[in-house]
Design a protein around this ligand. Structure first.
Ligand SMILES: *[C@@H]1O[C@H](CO)[C@@H](O)[C@H](O)[C@H]1NC(C)=O
Length: 524
């Protein structure tokens, strides 16, 4: 009896306290812009939940032009790429932007971008001081930025279990073995929705057949880094490394994504940066007050793009904004504005804006955006309709979803004309169905069973407590491809059917032969 009581007390004691106290967690981010914003948020959330967090950060490329410096509550191990390289890299990005702004979002540009990341990765893997330090720290788990393949190479070097956090939609579902029926799951890059007609399904299928080749082309730059840094005989492929994640988390939500099959080692936790709005500055409040009943719109083309290198494009946008009665708050680096172009009366340029707070303002009417996932999640969170100007990466795919959900529309950059822009803005603001849909998706996002930060912490702790994600990973990762696609079984069944048909035909022929020879004998 006494023993029972002691047990009960012990049990009560354990129930009072969470099983897991202060785990050691490493976060990894080798890429700037929105990717960094997310990894910073994740590090803060884990820190605020009592974990000991350190970020391995590569400081440099396109961090966040215009954004004021912030204090971080967690530790950071960082190194910077050299100034000369960063300068060249910036120039290269501006060159790519010129392509994007005339609607050339090519695989070639993407490969150039990946080549830069692989060059940087070679340098990352030479930071032996940091790498040795991190190895000795013995982390319980890492949470890595899952877009840059370098994060996976570093995990392999450190030998740490890790969760991959992907900053956007599921671009790599096929690669990590997530079923995606081609009849209703559009492939990345197809710009299709889940409702495909015959030609849509044909396109989706053809793209699937080509996707293996495309993956190979995209992996090539990193394969060279792997060859350099891993001994022959133990050189993984990028796909191998991606499949080693204990769990995949995507920054996406079904308020914008089409319903599709998932596996237990995949979670959609979108919108970590979308939050209740804080009041905006008095200066902005005054500006908004001037707008009266017509309200204001917010314009941002992403954390990485603070100015546009194409004057004609800028002119069309500026002229388009001049045609509407709303005030326009445009995140644009003032010093890069071309002298020859006068800023429209109703436009206010800002080096940096707190987009989430502006979108939560009662007088906001619309967001003009490049279509990055963080921006779209904030728009959904605050129920604000969208006009997209997709430039590169996943942006085209994202705005296709916004349009499919009737939350807005988009203008491909090669169709950017003042007239088109003004018409699109007016249509989205005047036709109330867009606002209605936006408010509907807002409810979808906000009424998730658990808010995203709770989900994140819950999954991270679950993976640590259960000793990894082995119980979530499908057995298909270990199966050879012919077993996984049941080719051996199909071959066997086909052979059986073939042999049976062959035998039946033989027997029938024999019977016919016997019957006809019988008849002949009778006739004779
Ligand atoms: C990595 O850097 C080293 C020297 O810093 C260089 O010799 C090597 O060629 C680079 N490897 C790749 C794959 O770029």
């Amino acid at each position: 009896m006494a023993g029972d009581k002691a047990q009960t007390i012990l049990l009560l004691f354990f129930l009072q306290f969470p099983l897991l106290q202060a785990a050691k967690i490493l976060t990894v981010c080798f890429i700037g812009g929105s990717h960094y914003l997310l990894m910073d948020e994740i590090s803060q959330i884990l820190h605020n939940n009592g974990h000991q967090v350190r970020m391995f950060l590569q400081y440099g490329n396109s961090m966040l032009p215009g954004r004021p410096l912030q204090q971080r509550p967690y530790s950071v191990s960082t190194y910077s790429l050299d100034k000369k390289y960063l300068q060249e890299n910036e120039e290269l990005f501006v060159e790519s932007q010129k392509d994007y702004l005339v609607g050339r979002n090519t695989l070639q540009n993407f490969v150039i971008f990946l080549r830069e990341l692989s060059y940087q990765c070679n340098i990352t893997l030479q930071q032996s001081d940091i790498l040795n330090f991190l190895k000795e720290e013995k982390y319980d788990l890492a949470v890595i930025e899952g877009f840059n393949p370098c994060s996976f190479l570093v995990m392999e070097k450190l030998g740490l279990p890790f969760i991959a956090f992907f900053p956007g939609m599921m671009m790599n579902g096929g690669r990590i073995g997530i079923p995606g029926p081609l009849s209703y799951v559009p492939l990345f890059g197809s710009e299709l929705t889940d409702r495909m007609d015959f030609f849509g399904r044909l396109k989706n299928t053809m793209m699937y057949l080509g996707s293996y080749m495309i993956d190979r082309i995209m992996d090539a730059p990193f394969q060279e880094v792997i060859d350099q840094h891993f001994p022959a005989g133990s050189r993984p492929t990028i796909t191998d490394l991606q499949r080693r994640a204990e769990l995949w988390i995507y920054n996406i939500d079904f308020s914008t994504e089409f319903p599709r099959p998932l596996l237990p080692n995949v979670q959609f936790i979108g919108g970590l940066l979308a939050k209740p709005a804080k009041p905006v500055t008095q200066d902005l409040e005054d500006l908004i007050a001037e707008s009266g009943e017509s309200g204001f719109i917010v314009v941002t083309l992403g954390s990485m793009i603070s100015s546009l290198p194409l004057v004609e494009f800028l002119k069309e946008m500026n002229d388009g904004f001049a045609k509407i009665p709303q005030r326009v708050i445009w995140r644009y680096n003032k010093t890069s504005w071309p002298k020859e172009l006068s800023i429209a009366q109703n436009v206010r340029l800002m080096d940096w804006v707190s987009q989430n707070d502006l979108l939560g303002h009662p007088k906001v009417r619309l967001l003009v955006t490049h279509g990055g996932m963080n921006s779209l999640m904030e728009a959904v969170y605050h129920g604000v309709p969208v006009v997209g100007i997709p430039l590169f990466g996943d942006q085209y795919e994202n705005v296709v979803r916004i349009k499919a959900k009737n939350m807005g529309t988009f203008i491909p950059p090669d169709q950017m004309k003042a007239e088109n822009l003004a018409n699109a803005l007016q249509e989205i603001m005047e036709n109330s169905s867009y606002k209605t849909s936006a408010m509907k998706q807002r409810v979808v996002l906000r009424s998730r069973p658990f808010p995203p930060d709770k989900q994140l912490v819950g999954w991270v702790e679950h993976i640590i407590q259960s000793g990894g994600g082995g119980h979530l990973r499908p057995y298909s990762y270990q199966q050879p491809w012919y077993q996984q696609y049941l080719l051996d079984v199909i071959l066997f069944i086909s052979a059986c059917v073939g042999v049976t048909i062959y035998l039946i035909v033989k027997v029938i022929r024999l019977l016919i032969y016997l019957m006809s020879s019988n008849r002949k004998q009778k006739q004779n």
